[in-house]
Structures are given as C-alpha cells and as structure tokens.
Design a protein around this ligand. Structure first.
Ligand code: ATP
Ligand code: MG
Length: 407
C-alpha cells in the first residue's frame, strides 16, 4: 500500500503550528485485540474509547487529509506493505506537531529505527502490554511544551482520606527537589487552618498566604519575598495557621494567580492540597503532576477512586501518580496493593511502608523524613520517585529502548 503525500520541505507546511492540532488523541489499529487494549488505556487518560478505531495507517491517512491531526496519534503499520512510504502519508500530522506512535507486528530494529528517523516517537511491537503504552503516553503528555517554557512545574499532592500521609510526602518531596536535586522549590500548603507544612520545617507562619488569597492584587515578588518562609537555600514554604473560627474569603482566580506567581519564582511548586479544598479544580487544571496518596484500606480506596474520577473530569490530560502509603501495617483491614492498583486501573508509582517511629521522630524534630533519615527506605524510594517527576530517573531520555516489547 502506498499513499502519496506532499513534500516535507513545502514552506507552507512549516507554518503549521501546534495550534492546528485537533483532538488530544486518536488511534488507528489493524486488529481488534490491539484496538480494545488501546481503547482501555485511552480511557485512563480521559479520552473516549471510540478514539481507538480500526483501519490502520490507511484510515489514519484518510482522516488526516480532511481534519486537523490529533496531538497524539497511534498508527498500526501491520497491514502495510511499505511502512516507511505510508508514514509519509502522515507527514502533515508530523509537521503540525502530532506525536506519532507507530505500531507493528514485527520486531524489526531496522524498520523501527527508520520510522523513528522519519519522525515517529516510538515503535511498539504487538503484542504490547497496557502498561507499556500507558507509560509512553504519560511521557508524551508531559514533554516540555517548548525549550523556552521556563515556568516552574506544579506538583499537587493530595490524600484520599485524612491522615493518608499527603503532607508527610509533600514536605519530603519538596526537600528532595531543593536539597538533593538543587532546584528552587516552593512548598505551598493550602490547608489554611490546619496545615502542617510550616511545622514540618519548624517554622512559624505569618499572614502572607491568607493575604495573597484574599487580596490577590497585592501579590508581587516583594510581597512573596516577605510572605514565604525560608526552609533552605533553595526551599521556601508558604503556609498559614489561620484561626479555625474564621474562614478566609478566597478571591476569585486567587489560587490560579498565586500558582502563576510561584511558578515564576521557583522551578517546582509543591502544593499540599487539603481534601475538600473549594478551589481544588483550579489546582488540578494548572498542575503538571497530581500525586494521589492513599492508604490501602477500603474506605480510602473508595475515596481515591472518586478523587481520580474528579481529577479526570476537570483535568483530563493531567498526569496522575499513585502513592500507597502506610502499607504492610500489621493491623487488619488492609487490602492488597494489587486490589488498589486494579480498582484505580493504574500501577502504584511509590509504595511506602508503615514506620511510626520514623514519622513521629520527624514530626517531633520539625524535619521532613527525607532530611532526618536520608538513607531510610522511605527517603531512598522517595528520592527515586521525585527524580522520576523531574525526568532525571529517565536515563537515556524518554525514548528508552528502540523497540518496546510487552512486559
Ligand atoms: N508511612 C508512615 N508510617 C507511619 N506514620 C506515617 C506514615 N506516613 C505518615 N504518617 C503519619 O501519619 C499522620 C498523618 O500524616 P499526614 O499529616 O502526612 O497525612 P495527611 O494526608 O496530610 O493528613 P491530613 O488529612 O490531616 O492533611 C502523621 O502523624 C504522619 O507522621
Ligand atoms: Mg495534610
């Protein structure tokens, strides 16, 4: 099968920018089994299952000829007599900025290399696992938008239930980003009355956070210099300890405004997000990463499922990472890691064991666990996890393995 296409050096093509991209995702597979698998993974990203269609590369080329190409495009070349020639039919999509994932039936390294050289971002050999595809899609979702995109990464952390360990994780995560990875980081605690972020670093909060949310027009660099607490050379904390009898009146767009300002002054803004925070949706929409922390119990799992659904509804393309905390507690009532993963249809990115002594010592010392016990399994695993958020754990770049095989 050969499908002709316009030449890539056509100057008019070069003017096409990302703005001309259409849907976030479309896939054209050559067999029903792979189509069903792709539809299932697409649903995890909030994309319609119908975005995974049949027809392979020929169908992809037909659609792209008449409609804006999707941002991520999966194309099955299994039926193609000449995959490289057929890839040219997708040239318009490639130039517009579509990230094209090629799928094939053969583990042919030469073909894979040639497809990658022509602009495909990866080559998946059938059969591949849902996890392989999910991992790749997540990487694509979170490629930097451009080299000049210099605003900081916003990492929102929330627990599925009270006491899940979201604040514990947020404090250590912020510390690792600043101290281990040397990146300027702000820890923002949006629990205005009961937040722990300042306590976690033995600091006394002022009224700056409340002021910044009630009168957002006051925010500028000088204001934030005064409002933030210094927790290290590259680490600042913005937290409050407001009187629980007075509910701060958060102004419209104040949370978005604050996040924008913080992302301009820091490489990372770690947001400790309390459950039930009225402006959670604004944080989800702006967050680059959303870390959902849950303990392995049924009630917590139920709430994790509901929160994941909420996040998917308001921020369909956000990246969610799952942390299971306080695992292996000797008490009954715990459910297995696999149950949590199956119900949430995602793998845990980090599993933290119960360690009451360590947690209590850190709280009493006013130090995050990663600072207090940098060699503890908690800190070692958290460092690896945090590095993966910054892309540093991704040795050899995100295009790992020329040909991916199902695991
Ligand atoms: N892995 C762990 N092992 C033992 N104790 C832990 C662990 N993780 C957290 N804790 C402890 O559990 C308690 C609750 O943790 P944390 O405050 O981080 O949870 P949270 O999700 O932020 O809760 P909240 O809903 O109150 O904001 C704290 O006392 C903390 O020290
Ligand atoms: Mg908390």
């Amino acid at each position: 099968m050969t499908i002709s296409a316009r030449k890539s050096d056509d100057q008019a093509f070069m003017k096409i920018t990302e703005a001309s991209l259409g849907d976030p995702f479309a896939a054209y597979l050559a067999d029903d089994t792979t189509r069903a698998l792709v539809a299932k993974v697409a649903a995890r990203f909030g994309w319609p299952e119908t975005a995974a269609e049949g027809g392979g590369v020929a169908a992809a080329a037909r659609v792209i000829a008449v409609a804006p190409p999707p941002r991520i495009l999966i194309v099955d070349f299994a039926d193609s007599d000449d995959p490289l020639d057929d890839l040219i039919a997708l040239e318009e999509a490639l130039i517009a900025g579509s990230r094209v994932i090629a799928v094939g039936a053969d583990n042919d390294a030469r073909l894979a290399r040639a497809l990658l050289q022509k602009g495909a971002v990866d080559y998946l050999v059938k059969p591949f696992s849902p996890e392989t595809l999910e991992e790749l899609l997540q990487e694509l979702q979170h490629e930097p938008k451009s080299d000049t995109d210099e605003t900081g990464r916003i990492i929102a952390i929330l627990g599925s239930r009270g006491g899940s360990g979201a604040s514990t994780l947020a404090a250590s995560c912020a510390w690792v980003l600043a101290e281990d990875l040397g990146q300027r980081t702000t820890l923002l605690d949006l629990d205005l009355c009961y937040g722990d972020a300042a306590l976690a670093f033995n600091l006394a909060p002022g009224t700056g956070l409340r002021d910044s949310l009630e009168t957002p027009e006051r925010i500028d660099d000088l204001f934030l210099d005064r409002a933030t607490l210094t927790a290290g050379e590259r680490l600042e904390v913005l937290a409050a300890e407001e009187d629980p009898s007075e509910t701060p009146q958060i102004a419209e767009d104040a949370v978005e405004n604050l996040l924008e300002h913080l992302a301009e002054r820091s490489s990372n803004v770690v947001v400790d997000l309390p459950r039930g925070f009225a402006q959670s949706a604004a944080v989800f929409k702006r967050a680059d990463e959303i870390i959902l922390v849950t303990v392995p119990t049924l009630p917590a799992l139920r709430d994790a499922i509901r929160l994941q659904r909420l996040i998917r509804d308001v921020a369909p393309s956000s990246r969610i990472r799952l942390v299971i905390n306080r695992a292996d507690r000797s008490g009954n009532g715990q459910i297995g890691r696999r149950d949590v993963e199956n119900q949430l249809t995602r793998k845990a990115d980090l599993v933290i064991a119960e360690d009451q002594d360590l947690a209590a010592e850190a709280a009493n010392n006013g130090q995050p666990i990663a600072a207090l016990r940098p060699r503890s399994p908690f800190a070692v695993n958290l460092r690896k996890f945090t590095k993966s958020i910054t892309g540093q754990a991704n040795e050899g770049g995100w295009l790992r393995g020329l040909v991916r095989r199902g695991r």
